[in-house]
Design a binder for this molecule. Structure first.
Ligand code: GLU
Length: 407
């Protein structure tokens, strides 16, 4: 006999009910569900390196476990990991940070969460350029803030100082910058970044610079951190960083924040009552990641460079698809507007039909605030890319044929 499920007495809180679930994680889970059902999937959804974590980093974690580094650490991380982060920013960008300005976090996501909830009051406006990483607006909404979006389609998704200046109001408290950008891959040139920061300092706006893709930049674009700016431009800056992409460590959940001592103190309060500290073993691994050989980063960058070149050429051959050149990260963010309006009305419908008919997973642009676009991650093997792009092409050709056959 079938029993009726008991109706739930659970009602989510007002703060959480305003949040949308993560569409990037949903795309990853859709691919996973298909794989579990035995389907061969061509997966360009996940923003996750297909490389394994480098061996030297794994060995450091093994050693940490063997030597008993399995206990709580200080909330902001061990001295060693804090020092490794400070040293990295000094070595690479000439920036001087103190231990009171750095904390290790459980992934870059927790750094952003800590930074937003420790700053934002209800009614504060937070500037977010479109297209944005899906998590930015949701954290702002959770904190009671109001996301205010900056349209950047007219500049090929490249944010500039004029766009920022126009969007600032007396209620603007914060902007979240993300260069290289997830999802567009665009990189704000260093001089423009500095101009943006000058505007923000003049208007007293705080800044979170999400630098998760810091090291994956394709020449002639330049690797740039907001940490390299003069101190007067950094007084209201929080850098959020991650080990996930740079060192293929997504599952380890290791990130960090660099900010003023006051902002850091507030973030430590939030973290002290949520995760306590980043995973102790992952912290030891992160020390090796920063201080050890960087050969694996160079090797990954060179493979991403190869795939990027191939993917952009392959996309250019599909009628109806156009794509800005991404200078960083490992995403292409093509427009499929030329293919919509007939049988398929939205990029979400396109993505869904592509899974159903060609077992090919891409992430719908609407979740990033850019309806009509798709995000294709090339953090996947060349073989997968080649087969997947054939499938996308075949799918588009079928759409065209149906459109032509229509009276
Ligand atoms: N950041 C990656 C992405 O955008 C992983 C998923 C997530 O955390 O959003 O796909």
């Amino acid at each position: 006999m079938m029993t009726k499920p008991a109706s739930s007495s659970f009602h989510e809180s007002a703060n959480v009910s305003k949040m949308q679930a993560s569409s990037t994680l949903a795309a990853m889970q859709a691919a996973e569900a298909l794989r579990a059902a035995g389907v061969t999937v061509f997966d360009f959804g996940a923003g996750e390196p297909d490389f394994d974590t480098p061996d030297n980093i794994k060995r450091a974690a093994e050693e940490a476990m063997r030597s008993g580094k399995t206990k709580y650490t200080p909330t902001g991380g061990t001295r060693l990991v804090q020092q490794a982060i400070i040293d990295f920013y000094e070595r690479e960008f000439g920036a001087v940070y103190q231990r009171s300005e750095v904390m290790a976090t459980s992934g870059g996501k927790q750094a952003i969460f800590n930074a937003v909830v420790s700053l934002i009051n209800p009614g504060d406006e937070v500037l977010i350029a479109k297209p944005y990483w899906v998590t930015f607006p949701e954290v702002v909404v959770f904190a009671g803030g109001t996301p205010v979006y900056i349209e950047t389609e007219e500049t090929g998704f490249l944010l500039n100082a004029e766009q920022v200046e126009r969007a600032i109001t007396p209620r603007t408290k914060l902007i979240i910058l993300n260069s290289p950008s997830n999802p567009s891959g665009r990189v704000i040139p260093p001089q423009e970044f500095e101009r943006i920061m000058e505007v923000l300092v003049k208007r007293g706006v705080h800044v979170i610079s999400d630098e998760c893709y810091l090291r994956y930049v394709y020449p002639p674009a330049e690797v740039f951190s907001a940490a390299s700016l003069p101190a007067e431009l950094r007084s209201r800056l929080c850098i959020a960083g991650s080990f996930s992409k740079t060192y293929a460590m997504t599952g380890w959940r290791m990130g960090y924040a660099l900010a003023s001592p006051d902002w850091t103190k507030a973030m430590l309060k939030v973290q002290g009552h949520s995760t306590s500290n980043a995973n102790s073993i992952a912290q030891s691994a992160a020390v090796e990641a920063l201080n050890g050989s960087q050969d694996s980063v160079t090797a990954m960058l060179s493979e991403y460079t190869r795939r990027r070149g191939w993917l952009l050429a392959a996309l250019a051959e599909i009628p109806g698809i156009t794509c800005n050149e991404p200078e960083g990260a490992f995403y292409a963010f093509p427009s499929i507007k030329g293919l919509l309006g007939g049988e398929l009305k939205t990029s979400g419908e396109f993505a869904q039909r592509l899974i159903e008919e060609e077992q090919t997973v891409v992430t719908d642009g609407a979740g990033f605030g850019a309806e009509g676009y798709l995000r294709i991650s090339y953090a996947t093997s060349m073989k997968q890319l080649q087969e997947g792009l054939l499938r996308i092409k075949r799918f588009v050709e079928r759409l065209d044929q149906k459109a032509e056959a229509r009276p």
